[in-house]
Design a binder for this molecule. Structure first.
Ligand code: PGA
Length: 265
């Protein structure tokens, strides 16, 4: 695969922390660390109710995102948040199709409509795909292809520029995880994802598509996904809630990328 650009680290806080006060403390630590990053970019995705208070200043190294959005800009949709609302509260990214939302009933068709609306609102979409189980017959590949085509079919090629795909196998996510994938396992999936995307948007779009890894990422394994797995970045859940651990993770990624991009003798 071609060499990735600056690593993108997405912090998916999910439904945490409980109070805005705690969220501000956590963000302050991330902000301090991000200010010293030269290569790595961090996108913090807090709960939507905290966005307005947190996304007050953005920089090249630190940006903000939503964890989901609705497929329309306004209307009679109780409880929903539109992509334009996210945009105007400071988000420039939105995570869509996360497995925890698919588990709550989100279908490929709903995700497709959300992707279109979010891109239309000027947000970059972090589209999550990943199999339930890595079976030996290769059915998991069909599952990933279905998720990608389900979410992207019908979009015209220029929209591909706003797209990031996060590969997150379900068995590697959250408290019940079996553990992270291997960097080699991720690399195989990333190549497959690009192959499917090239059928939809063409080869150039597929080559420049950033593919992130997510699922039990921590300070110990993060750098290997960037270096050995050639990941364009990482989608981090639990480990993004611990300020000290997340800073270590950012350090590890930054060092690994700097070593990769420095000229070799
Ligand atoms: P995890 O979650 O890092 O806690 O496994 C990742 C995710 O769900 O995005």
């Amino acid at each position: 695969m071609s060499k990735p650009g600056s690593p993108l680290i997405v912090a998916n806080w999910k439904m945490n922390p409980e109070t805005l006060r705690e969220a501000k403390v956590l963000l302050a630590a991330v902000r301090r660390r991000a200010a010293r990053l030269k290569h790595t970019r961090v996108v913090v995705c807090p709960p939507a109710v905290f966005l307005q208070s947190l996304a007050t200043s953005q920089s090249n190294q630190l940006g903000f995102g939503g964890q989901d959005c609705f497929w329309d800009t306004s209307g009679p949709y109780t409880g929903a948040t539109s992509p334009t609302m996210l945009y105007y509260t400071g988000a420039r990214y939105v995570i869509l199709g996360h497995s925890e939302r698919r588990f709550l009933g989100e279908t490929d068709e709903m995700i497709r409509r959300k992707v279109r609306a979010a891109l239309g609102a000027g947000l970059k979409v972090i589209l999550c795909v990943g199999e339930r189980e890595r079976d030996t017959e290769g059915r998991y590949l069909q599952e990933i292809e279905r998720q990608l085509t389900g979410a992207l079919t019908g979009l015209s090629r220029p929209w591909a520029k706003g797209l990031v795909v996060a590969y997150e196998p379900l068995w590697a996510i959250g408290l019940k995880a079996l553990g992270a994938d291997t960097p080699a396992g991720f690399l195989e999936q990333a190549i497959y994802i690009k192959k499917v995307v090239s059928k939809i948007f063409g080869k150039d779009a597929a080559l420049s598509l950033p593919v992130l890894y997510g699922g039990s990422v921590d300070a110990k394994n993060a750098a290997r996904f960037i270096a050995e797995g050639e990941a364009a970045g990482l989608l981090v859940g639990r480990a993004s809630l611990d300020a000290a651990g997340f800073s270590k993770l950012l350090d590890a990624v930054e060092k690994s990328y700097a070593a990769q991009s420095s000229p070799r003798a």
